[in-house]
Write a protein that binds this ligand. Structure first.
Ligand SMILES: [Zn+2]
Ligand SMILES: [Zn+2]
Length: 378
């Protein structure tokens, strides 16, 4: 990624919110327009504040007016506990990283976009030059700046954000702003499926059918997967899983899901995707995997440690693989939505205005009303 004018990589920094700061692009300094921004102010606390509209700092920056913003499980982690592992929120802080919007203005070097273009945002800004970036792992970049990640850059729960051109993916005609906001979770699903190797005709389990579980399912289907077994604790989600093509969907609070799946699938499963991060699900995964099977861990546990029964893991020679975010799969996810290879709209169950953002977070945090994906519509 080309550096900013001051030589640093990446884009929006807190300095851009300073009033009256000289503009490196040489535009006359005008009275700053302001925008509404939703910020976390404490545990389960959120507030709408007025902030200056962010400025273009680098020549490759793009100002995007937000159209749709998804509420993610990780945003809700920050809302409820103020942290994910060592990533701790300093208040006030704007979270949010799943979004789409309309290009409002572009820096002088931006070639691929113009005002009025509808874009989906890839939330990870990587440095492009560290060891990780050089070996094709930009998602574990040593200097990564992820939208709405504490200590990195402010999130997208605002009327406007500034992102580098490389992070703004022009959406194909016919694709909606709502679908654009789903590109990020779908890209995680795509990266998880790609990381699992050949999934064609493989029989798989998806434990936890929130937006990530469903994203994995949609991508598996697009790749010609075999039979899919799903677990979740919410009846509406199980119904949606069946509608999406699962051969079986069960609630671990109601039945012993590992026994039920092993009863139906005598040879057991080739791959299990953990999309909930619960200890019980990890145990179930090991018991429904066949020898030589693969456990893909995507869910974020709320606890610091989980454990595995070593004997089962060892005798079956199970491969464990973690999946970290989306590793640049956003572009392909957008293409797949645009070409209708996947149809993600049923994932959206709730829509809120920005002023009701706290309500949206409470619904998602409480798993209320059969919520799958809640969107903030601007
Ligand atoms: Zn997300
Ligand atoms: Zn890097």
């Amino acid at each position: 990624m080309p550096p900013n004018e001051d030589g640093s990589a990446g884009t929006p920094r807190p300095t851009q919110f300073l009033k009256g700061r000289a503009n490196p692009l040489g535009e006359p300094v005008k009275e700053r327009r302001t925008m509404k921004s939703a910020v976390l102010t404490g545990l389960r606390k959120m507030k709408l504040v007025e902030r200056p509209v962010p400025r273009l700092i680098s020549r490759t920056d793009v100002l995007v007016r937000m159209k749709a913003i998804g509420v993610c499980g990780s945003d809700v982690h920050y809302y409820l506990t103020g942290r994910i592992g060592s990533q701790v929120v300093k208040y006030p802080f704007a979270v949010g990283h799943e979004c789409s919007g309309i290009v409002e203005s572009v820096g002088s070097s931006v070639k691929s976009l113009k005002p009025g273009d509808l874009v989906a945002i890839e939330p990870a800004i990587n440095c492009g030059s560290c060891d990780q970036c050089r070996v094709g792992r930009p998602h574990t970049c040593r200097k990564i700046k992820f939208l709405g990640c504490p200590g990195q850059i402010a999130g997208c729960l605002s009327e406007y954000i500034v992102m580098p051109e490389a992070n703004c993916i022009k959406m194909p005609t016919g694709m909606t702003a709502e679908q654009g906001a789903l590109a990020e979770p779908l890209a995680i699903g795509l990266y998880a499926v790609r990381s699992a190797g050949n999934v064609k005709d493989r029989n798989v389990g998806i434990l936890g059918y929130g937006p990530i579980g469903m994203s994995v399912h949609l991508m598996l289907k697009a790749c010609g997967v075999g039979r899919v077994y799903v677990t979740d604790k919410i009846a509406e989600r199980l119904k949606l899983a069946k509608k999406t093509g699962a051969v079986w969907a069960g609630n671990p609070d109601v039945l012993e899901v590992d026994k039920a799946i092993n009863g139906k699938e005598k040879a057991q499963l080739d791959i299990v995707f953990d999309c909930c991060g619960k200890q019980a699900a990890l145990d179930q995964a090991i018991s429904i995997l066949k020898p030589g099977g693969k456990l893909m861990i995507i869910g974020i546990p709320t606890v610091d440690r989980v454990s595995f029964k070593m004997e089962d893991l060892r005798r079956k020679e199970i491969t464990l693989q973690n999946v970290r975010r989306q590793n640049g799969c956003d572009h392909d996810a957008v293409r797949m939505i645009g070409s209708r290879k996947i149809r993600p709209d049923p994932m959206i169950t709730h829509r809120f205005a920005l002023k009701d953002v706290k309500k949206a977070f409470d619904v998602v945090a409480g798993y209320r009303d059969g919520v799958m994906k809640a969107l903030i519509k601007m």
